[in-house]
Design a protein around this ligand. Structure first.
Ligand SMILES: [Zn+2]
Length: 209
């Protein structure tokens, strides 16, 4: 699965749960960012192809590292409000007033909020692994096994149902996003609909592959 669809699973998951009502866009952005976080091992390409071939879809794509990274990101984002700081930096770059976005103050930090961030982070990071198990191979590419229990076990897993890079789910999420802009009052239902459509599409494509 590509970065866009991974992020959209995280984003739609948070919206489908209705978390935006209490935590606004911050929890949605956090969820989207953590959903793509296991792909950090792709950055090893900067260390050369040998390292990349060993590390990509291994070092980040396993339960242990995905869970540890999501807990770390949840702690850092909840404590330092990284998504708002990133959004403010982006606004400065495009010459917009960053003061419209307020950083979470210390007196706004509550244990229940931290637990929400922790659970959302865990679910978002773990959504990445099954998605990469079923979106695999196709178009001349080999199926790409994930070592889900690395580094304890090197056993590879893959359940290819849809070719990697297939546009169907991309279209579902893009259409869902446009519908949310058009009908903002129905964001939660539209997010649930987009996720259900994604699952239905994967099942149908998997049965006909
Ligand atoms: Zn991945």
């Amino acid at each position: 699965m590509t970065t866009f669809e991974h992020a959209m699973i995280g984003i739609n998951g948070a919206l489908a749960a209705g978390l935006h009502r209490r935590h606004e866009w911050k929890i949605v952005a956090f969820s989207g960012a953590v959903a793509i976080s296991p792909d950090w091992d792709g950055l090893t390409i900067m260390a050369g192809m040998t390292t990349f071939n060993q590390a990509h879809r291994v070092w980040g794509h396993n339960f242990f590292v995905a869970v540890m990274l999501s807990v770390l990101l949840a702690a850092l984002d909840y404590r330092f409000d990284l998504v708002t700081r990133t959004a403010r930096a982006t606004m400065r770059m495009v010459k917009r007033d960053p003061k419209k976005l307020t950083i979470r103050a210390a007196d706004q930090r509550r244990p229940v909020g931290w637990i929400t961030w922790l659970i959302v982070g865990l679910l978002a990071a773990l959504s990445h692994l099954p998605a990469d198990l079923v979106f695999s191979g196709g178009y001349g590419l080999p199926d790409w096994e994930l070592k889900l229990f690395w580094p304890i076990s090197h056993k590879g897993f893959v359940y290819p149902m849809i070719p990697w890079g297939d546009a169907g789910v991309t279209i579902v999420f893009a259409a869902g996003m446009l519908a949310m802009v058009r009908w903002p009052a129905k964001i939660q239902s539209l997010a649930r609909g987009a996720l259900l459509l994604m699952v239905a599409y994967v099942v149908v494509r998997g049965m006909t592959r």
